[in-house]
Write a protein that binds this ligand. Sequence first.
Ligand SMILES: Cc1cc2nc3c(=O)[nH]c(=O)nc-3n(C[C@H](O)[C@H](O)[C@H](O)COP(=O)(O)OP(=O)(O)OC[C@H]3O[C@@H](n4cnc5c(N)ncnc54)[C@H](O)[C@@H]3O)c2cc1C
Length: 466
Amino acid sequence: MATYDLVVIGTGPGGYVCAVRAAQLGMKVAVVEKNATLGGTCLNVGCMPSKALLHASEMFEEAGHSFAKMGVSVSAPKLDLPAMMNFKQQGIDGNVKGVEFLMKKNKIDVLKGTGKILGTGKVEVSADGKSQAIETKNIVIATGSDIARLKGIDIDEKRIVSSTGALSLDKVPGKLLIVGAGVIGLELGSVWHRLGAEVVVVEFLDRILPGMDGEIAKQFQRILEKQGFAFKLGAKVTAVDTSGKTLKATVEPAAGGNAETLEADVVLVCIGRVPYTEGLGLKEAGVALDARGRVQIDAHFATSVKGIYAIGDVVAGPMLAHKAEDEGVAVAEIIAGQAGHVNYDVIPGVVYTTPEVSSVGKTEEELKQAGVAYTVGKFPFTANGRSKVNQTTDGFVKILADAKTDRVLGVHIIGREAGEMIHEACVLMEFGGSAEDLARTCHAHPTRSEAVKEAALAVGKRAIHM
Ligand SMILES: Cc1cc2nc3c(=O)[nH]c(=O)nc-3n(C[C@H](O)[C@H](O)[C@H](O)COP(=O)(O)OP(=O)(O)OC[C@H]3O[C@@H](n4cnc5c(N)ncnc54)[C@H](O)[C@@H]3O)c2cc1C
């Protein structure tokens, strides 16, 4: 029987990164994966394919709407959807091969099949009706998450789709109805809207992007509406009639009241994700789950059973690839006897639309609720030189700092490249930096990042260009 120091179940960003770090630390490692390809949700049906389509559709839109004003004259772009899907697939294949390469390079055994935990130190791997048992000193559960479903609405991945189906539609829907105004819904809505779909988003809450800073979310909603999105907030989809050529969705006010019917060619159900633990044998192995079905862990990623750990989407916390990766590194280091750690106060979140939205640390609402006295510094991209010459002035930077100490508590950006700009705030916050530190850091000119420095200056009411 094969024996290992560590067996990781699942090869998403949490699992494969954990395996690589453990191998670097000298452990004999195997990964178990039930999917045909490595890389998990992120590489196959999540982050990467969505970003490929966001990029390609943005180029399509730019060519149609922005080139002419810059003096670049091209005939109206024509959409070749199969070619765009092929572009997406090439990106997926390249990244999946990259993970395969990392496994080989680090001498990590890849065991294809469904992993089931038989108890401390024992995993069964089953594929094609055959199974093998392997022994290991430690097990890391990195089985990720699955789409959340709406009761009574069956996802067929053709007309009623999850994010997975929405990444592979074979034609642009005339009307796309999106259930849920979270990150994934708005990103995929942007893709299909740019390619020509009419998009209506129905959201249960009275705001979009729940959890993000309210002021940023409001501005983002206005920008999306200007782009052509329609929103129905404080409303829920309770049924979808699939009997006709066009889908008929029943939409009711969240607070109760008269229902209305919305027609659509495709309905995208994007109401979140749920931890994936099916077939893992957790109950039999005695691994405890929390009230929301996530694997329960302590501060060191240890489950209720000795030698079994869990990370990523299958445990509590933001369902983000980089959070899973950092947990993967931390748990490998802990198993190796080191002091692995994740700072949950500094985990950035990005919405990869145009403009992008990015955020790290506390929102204004959270600070208010916690009774923390804070100062705000804001700077709009309309006053940033680089944004002006590029004519991409939507959005602003917002910095929240402790009123007494000036320590930066949260940074929120809406604007082009916001997803890249957030990281200087992450580094600053990781080192407990102040708005003054950021304001006194030289920023290259002309960059959009100068708006971050100006917002830091604005915390002390001394922005130069405003
Ligand atoms: C459309 C979409 C877009 C997204 N965009 C972003 C983004 O831009 N940025 C971001 O940070 N996050 C994004 N996410 C979220 C991100 O994909 C997840 O947070 C991330 O993949 C979680 O990583 P993980 O390693 O925990 O699990 P996963 O990536 O879900 O991987 C789990 C793996 O475990 C395998 N597995 C499960 N059970 C077993 C078993 N019993 N035996 C063997 N293998 C098993 C699965 O097949 C899977 O390969 C997106 C998600 C979606 C759906």
